[in-house]
Design a protein around this ligand. Structure first.
Ligand SMILES: NC(=O)c1ccc[n+]([C@@H]2O[C@H](COP(=O)([O-])OP(=O)(O)OC[C@H]3O[C@@H](n4cnc5c(N)ncnc54)[C@H](OP(=O)(O)O)[C@@H]3O)[C@@H](O)[C@H]2O)c1
Length: 308
């Protein structure tokens, strides 16, 4: 039988933080978790858009619903968000690393990283490592990182992770999404080795109708892509369907750390959640460890620069 939001077990007493919760898959994930009893923290870069989402979700929310202003493209904001979680709740059961940006012209985060690698990967790396202490010891705590089919085309260019020598906006997006799944697997291995109560899982939505594509077209100004998305529209499923793999990873009792979930039809573009293939590079332990160490270094340097 197909897994739907009706299959989500009761989430009462659990606290979930979702990045990019004001739009698309994040908004649908927040709706589903809040209506199943979780207290949900909507981590959004715009307080106004976060409050609008909160107002939309409030009637269906069974427990707390709060907005946390958090910009993943600014590591000081990420650190402040983690401190706020510590002070406000002191615990966390589910972290949904969902927010993402796709295909802009080359731009930098506040800390000087290429925008897609900096937001999609480094921002979530920094947030996760800062929040893990709040999750440790919690029963069945989970970190779910949202990837993409783009991971299969991605390459981690360790000699040019910030695309300084050559910027291709799709190669940079694919790199960031490969980094997401690589990070999720390395995190799982480290948590398991430490005997942690936290597990790390990955999920991708297939093709889902959200603001990701319009925002990408708006930033690039590409008329060709605008037309391509219009022609491809029948292939896209709703944001609510696209959110199912990450909701499955977040809540299904049978979902396991180190696994990757995505849609089960049309080569992973549509359908209900099932376990799906992981990009080979993410399965290489040396690549995983190298990405972790580089990310730790970059995030650490940014914190030092801020303190100086
Ligand atoms: N839709 C698809 O077909 C598809 C396919 C594969 C993977 N994905 C992945 O799914 C995830 C969710 O995307 P979506 O499709 O739901 O797109 P979306 O509707 O555009 O939502 C993206 C969310 O990320 C937020 N965000 C962007 N930059 C941020 C930053 N610096 N700090 C904090 N939040 C930021 C956006 O905030 P604003 O509203 O303020 O811009 C928005 O809330 C992404 O990781 C994406 O890569 C989507």
């Amino acid at each position: 039988m197909t897994w739907t939001t009706a299959s989500i077990p009761d989430q009462s007493g659990r606290i979930a933080l979702i990045t990019g919760a004001n739009s698309g898959l994040g908004l649908e994930s927040a709706r589903a978790l809040a209506s199943h009893g979780a207290t949900v923290v909507l981590a959004c870069r715009s307080r106004r858009r976060g409050e609008e989402a909160r107002a939309e979700l409030l009637p269906a929310a069974a427990a707390g619903l709060e907005v946390l202003e958090l910009d993943l493209a600014d590591l000081a904001s990420v650190r402040a968000g983690a401190r706020w979680m510590q002070e406000q709740y002191g615990r966390l059961d589910l972290l949904l690393n969902n927010a993402g940006v796709m295909g802009p012209p080359r731009q930098l985060t506040r800390d000087g990283f290429e925008l897609q690698f900096g937001t999609n990967h480094l921002g979530h790396f920094a947030l996760t490592t800062a929040l893990l202490p709040l999750m440790e010891g919690r029963a069945d705590a989970r970190v779910v990182t949202v990837t993409s089919g783009a991971q299969y085309f991605g390459k981690l260019a360790f000699d040019d992770l910030q695309s300084e020598r050559r910027y291709d906006r799709w190669a940079a997006y694919s790199q960031s999404k490969l980094a997401n799944v690589t990070f999720a697997l390395e995190l799982q291995q480290r948590l398991a080795a430490a005997g942690s109560t936290v597990s790390s899982l990955a999920a991708h939505p297939g093709l889902a109708r959200t603001n990701l594509q319009p925002a990408s077209v708006a930033s690039s100004g590409s008329r060709f892509e605008s037309l391509a998305y219009r022609l491809m529209d029948p292939l896209f499923q709703s944001a609510a369907m696209g959110a199912l793999p990450q909701l499955y990873a977040a809540t299904a009792p049978e979902a396991r750390g180190g696994e990757h979930y995505g849609p089960d039809q049309w080569g992973g573009m549509r359908g209900g959640p099932t376990q799906v293939r992981i990009a080979p590079a993410a399965l290489d332990p040396q690549i995983r460890q190298r990405l972790w160490e580089v990310s730790e270094q970059l995030v650490g340097q940014a914190a030092q620069a801020e303190a100086a």
